[in-house]
Ligand binder design. Structure first.
Ligand code: AMP
Length: 426
């Protein structure tokens, strides 16, 4: 992950500074192109695909509804998965998404097979108020991921106003995220991006204290930059998931066959020293749920101490840790959570992640702030049943981490239309 330069002006602008919102435009009868992230998980075979989680579709609705209510001619677009060849079209079609959008919006969704053509222009001229266009999976055109000017030019030829509401795709310089908005004078963000940036910027600007960061998931290496960025403002750093074994190993404790990143042990040791030197706390699991094997566990046990025996591997935090983490969460004012506490996809190892989600809901109930950083922690929050009680769950795992690391997101930079001197503050 690299820090990218700004879009040419306003290099020091951040957050939503210099970015217009959909509410700043007169939308009536205008052709409004809305880039969404409708990259939803699906199951089943080509021809009978089913959406297994429509969170991203529902998150996109406020902006689309607003545009329709204001009388815009709406063109929606998204990518889905990673199609590589023509034969992949049936597997990665947006057809099920078109159907679900039609149900939720109670309107006719016309799926455009070939966005890089004149077809949308012709259809838009006769579009009725209860109809909208959805472009077929943008990644069927190789120009999308290549940030190709040709694709951007064609879409620009049938777009009056460009709105980006695809937070989960805004860390990628793709044609409809980067090249296209730069061609459209009237450009801005939708309600989802606004909500994402306002919530994440709050963490960067100075979270209400005590500020607790909970990190888990598979790897330390994925999260080093965000940890580095937050280190000055963190009061307590709580670690779970596979990540915790690298930290336990750094303390010289036994981790058995658990997943450890050997080349990150030194980093983990240094990080703990830095945090503790500032008089802040690092919390690690004090007990574990372990098994004899990752893929086919036959023996699942609770280990009541910090050390894991040589022939076992840790797959979740244990009951004492759950209680300790719960108390600590309830003592905080702001919590950022990224990465599950265990292999939450399997019910035997989901208790730790669910306990964190429950405690975060408790924190919000007493006026605290809980921000969940997308990806697997969002999935764990969803599976726990407490998702709707979080302050904010980011819809973009990669995008939210990059934003919090301080990287410039191409999708945001391409939207800035106000020079630094004229920029309003966030
Ligand atoms: P990440 O994308 O880095 O947040 O990692 C999420 C993944 O980490 C999930 O698929 C979890 O199953 C996995 N995970 C969490 N805890 C462990 C663990 N103790 N051992 C192996 N994988 C884990």
């Amino acid at each position: 992950m690299t820090t990218r330069p700004g879009a040419g002006f306003g290099k020091t602008l951040s957050g939503l500074q210099g970015i217009k919102s959909i509410e700043d435009f007169e939308l009536k009868d205008q052709r409004v192109f809305i880039r969404l992230d409708l990259n939803v998980p699906m199951s089943g075979e080509a021809g009978a695909l089913e959406i297994t989680d429509d969170t991203r579709i529902r998150a996109a609705l406020p902006t689309v509804k607003y545009a329709l209510e204001k009388g815009a001619k709406v063109i929606l677009a998204s990518h889905l998965g990673r199609p590589e060849k023509d034969e992949d079209r049936a597997k990665f079609t947006l057809e099920p998404v078109a159907e679900r959008l039609g149900e939720l919006l109670k309107c006719e969704v016309i799926l455009i097979e070939e966005p890089n053509s004149d077809a949308p222009k012709a259809l838009l001229s006769g579009l009725k108020p209860n109809q909208l266009l959805l472009l077929e999976n943008l990644r069927f055109d190789v120009g999308e991921t290549k940030n190709a000017p040709e694709l951007a030019n064609t879409i620009a030829s049938y777009t009056d106003i460009y709105i980006n509401d695809a937070f989960g795709a805004s860390h990628r310089a793709h044609a409809t995220i980067d090249a296209l908005p730069k061609l459209i004078a009237k450009r801005g963000c939708g309600f989802l991006i606004k909500k994402e940036i306002e919530n994440l910027s709050g963490l960067l600007a100075g979270p209400a204290k005590p500020f607790l960061a909970i990190m888990g998931g598979a790897k330390v290496s994925d999260k080093i930059k965000v940890i580095e960025k937050m280190i000055e403002s963190i009061d307590t750093f709580m670690i779970g998931g596979a990540m915790s074994y690298t930290f336990l190993a750094a303390k010289g404790l036994g981790v058995g066959k658990s997943r450890v990143e050997k080349d990150k042990i030194a980093f983990a040791r240094e990080l703990m020293e830095r945090i503790e030197a500032r008089g802040r706390k690092v919390l690690l699991p004090v007990d574990h749920i372990v098994a004899d094997d990752f893929l086919a566990p036959t023996k699942i046990e609770t280990i009541s101490g910090e050390s894991i025996p040589e022939d076992r591997l840790g797959l979740d935090i244990g009951p004492k840790t759950r209680a300790m983490y719960r108390e600590e969460i309830l003592r905080a004012k702001t919590v950022f959570w990224n990465g599950p506490m265990g292999v939450f996809e399997k019910p035997e190892f989901a208790k730790g992640s669910f306990a964190v989600a429950e405690a975060l809901a408790g924190l919000v109930a007493k006026g605290g702030i809980s921000i969940v950083g997308g990806g697997d922690s969002a999935a764990a929050a969803e599976a726990s049943g407490f998702a709707d009680q979080m302050t904010h769950i980011s819809t973009g795992g990669g995008a939210s981490l990059e934003y919090l690391e301080g990287a410039k997101l191409p999708g945001l930079e391409a939207l800035r239309t106000v020079r630094e001197s004229a920029a309003p503050s966030l």
